[in-house]
Ligand binder design. Structure first.
Ligand code: PAJ
Length: 287
């Protein structure tokens, strides 16, 4: 089937209605474009579980801070369409900004508490923008299932809470982090890195692997693990740690001792480029 493209909510709704009339379940993969293998893995997951797959491509201005990279965020439309096509999407929904946030727009949704720590600390208002646009995308596309990446662990946690709190009739799927062979998590922002910084950027994964090994060999003191990770970052050229945190994945609050269900998450800057990564510790049984 040919890939369809909708630019307006009206067009989108017509196409969604016709898919529903054909008895198809609807899968949604929300993205900001600049698609890579991480996004592709979500599209394939949706393809495998739902009858009609929508990929939204929308660089959401409300989730960028005033000094962030909204203007220079990569926009790679032709390549994005090829990724959608190759991975079995049925529809690309790519609205202009004024279709989603027309002049006079004034409603926002906030997932309190969960939005404040980690990335919320350095990006105030970021998760308010994310939660608002995701809720709008859900209302526009009415998906049965929506697909997110564990790469953005706090975002995934916040979306689950949004769905629970507002009784949204959608099942959230969270898919594993897709990495480069050297461990760097795929990100649309990796293309900003100079060759030297690209080399140094493996420190995020190396620090997480060090944490994993420490935990596996019995270390339970979160402060010790954190210090070791920070030291690795400090000794890497041009790497500046924004945060390294060990939190309860349910509450997003720091823990003193490692227990099952904790998230180890970090954000590291290389010049203006900010990278994030994380791992979820489920406890001894799953390793
Ligand atoms: P974006 O950064 O384009 O990411 C879209 C989805 O792809 C997110 O759910 C993200 O977690 C997932 N993803 C990104 N890199 C990944 C990787 N290496 N492995 C697995 N999944 C990965 O996240 C956003 O856009 C926006 O905040 C959005 C949810 C679209 C709202 O604007």
């Amino acid at each position: 089937m040919a890939l369809e493209i909708a630019r307006s909510v009206d067009e989108l709704r017509r196409l969604v209605e016709s898919a529903r009339r054909n008895g198809l379940t609807i899968g949604l993969v929300p993205t900001m474009g600049a698609l890579h293998e991480g996004h592709a893995s979500l599209i394939r997951a949706a393809r495998g579980e739902t009858g009609w797959v929508i990929v939204s491509i929308f660089v959401n201005p409300t989730q960028f801070g005033p000094n962030e990279d909204y203007q220079r965020y990569p926009r790679t439309w032709e390549q994005d369409l090829a990724v959608c096509q190759a991975n079995g999407a049925d529809l690309v929904f790519a609205p202009p900004v004024k279709e989603v946030f027309p002049p006079g727009y004034s409603t926002f949704v906030e997932v309190t508490k969960l939005q404040d720590p980690l990335c919320g600390g350095s990006r105030p208002g970021h998760f308010r923008g994310v939660a608002t646009v995701v809720l709008k995308l859900f209302n526009m596309t009415t998906p049965d299932r929506a697909y997110f990446g564990q790469k953005d662990a706090q975002q995934a946690r916040i979306i689950r809470q949004l769905v629970r709190d507002l009784n949204l009739p959608v099942t959230i799927r969270v898919c594993p982090i897709v990495r480069e062979p050297d461990g760097l998590a795929l990100s649309s922002r990796n293309r900003y890195l100079s060759p030297e910084d690209r080399h140094s950027a493996t420190v995020l994964y190396r620090a997480l692997e060090t944490a994993r090994r420490m935990i596996e060999s019995g270390e339970r003191n979160a402060a010790c693990i954190r210090e070791r990770m920070l030291a690795m970052i400090q000794s890497t050229p041009r790497a500046v740690a924004e945060y390294v945190d060990i939190v309860d994945y349910e509450t997003m609050q720091p823990v003193a001792n490692v227990q099952s269900g904790i998230l180890i998450a970090l954000a590291v800057k290389f010049g203006a480029t900010r990278l994030i990564d994380n791992f979820l510790w489920h406890g001894e049984s799953t390793g």
